[in-house]
Design a protein around this ligand. Sequence first.
Ligand code: TYM
Length: 332
Amino acid sequence: KEIMFTGIQPSGSFTLGNYCGTMCNWYNLQKKYKCFFCISDLHAFNTIQKASKKYKFFDKIFDLVALYLSCGVNPKKSIIFVQFQVHTHSQLYWILSNFTYFGELFRMTQFKKKKELLNNKEIDLALFCYPVLMAADILLYKTNFVSIGLDQKQHLELVQNIAYRFNRIYKDIFVIPKILIKSIGSKIMALQEPKKKMSKSDVNIKNTIFLLDNIDLIRLKLQKSLTDSDKSAKIIYDTRKKPGISNLLSIFSSITKKTIFNLENEFKYTKYSIFKKNLSDVVCDTISNIQKSYFYFRKNKDYLIDIINLGKKYALNDSLKNLFKIYKKLGF
Ligand code: TYM
């Protein structure tokens, strides 16, 4: 079976963007691929832990394992593991940093944005090298496919370049990973400002739906979402002229797996308010099912510990084999 790898930072707040961008596909991806679902806590350390000393890593890791399970990851089929428990990631990271150029990392738009947020002060090395750790995550497992949202595309292209570069010198050691980005839902936008991405760190909480939000609040946020004031007032997918409605259609399509074409036909002559009511029903139904199983799994800590211990075993086993091959090629 070919290999699929993906990861999320255990930030404690997971959004409908995370779900529509990648998680809603996970159940089906498992039918086709051997899947690795990483809890990317080393990545989170840079962005989250440092900002808040009260941050309890282990709690957040269990939160995310429980969420993975409630989004349909089957721990009997797939590997769920915690990044910091598998030391090979940090080891390959160092090797790969020898094959990554300063200029390439400097061009990463996420880095540029975060740099601006910090007013260009105290920008640490880890923030800068963040995509190289992603490269290590992915290349360690001979990954064929990586499922991500659009905001990670640039990082993934860099990963591909690092792998190409390495292969040119050391002859086909890495598999070049292919990027899996959904045609619809790969960039869910902020509900009040549909020209910018829905983000967990948005100051306006009306912009973001959190997967663990109260269900009534989710309904309210959707019903109050900004729609477009063009003349037609029709439910049509057109991201330029109708960014608000297009965003809601993308959410609808991701949740129900209905095509945009079918949704447009279904709702073409429907009022915005009725469309939003239908959308809220399907979103709330899906999220409330996720929450039910989330709280069930989250209580069962021993079970979650068993899962990550098993995941650690498999991930270490597979990645160590590959890491030794790489070390050998390099002459160590
Ligand atoms: P993270 O934790 O920021 O986001 C997790 C996933 O959610 C996607 N996403 C979105 N998709 C659609 N619309 C949105 N508004 C939206 N917001 C977030 C992201 O694209 C991502 O797929 N560095 C990564 C984690 C990571 C990783 C990896 C991913 C570490 N190693 C290896 C893939 C492979 C991150 O911070 O994702």
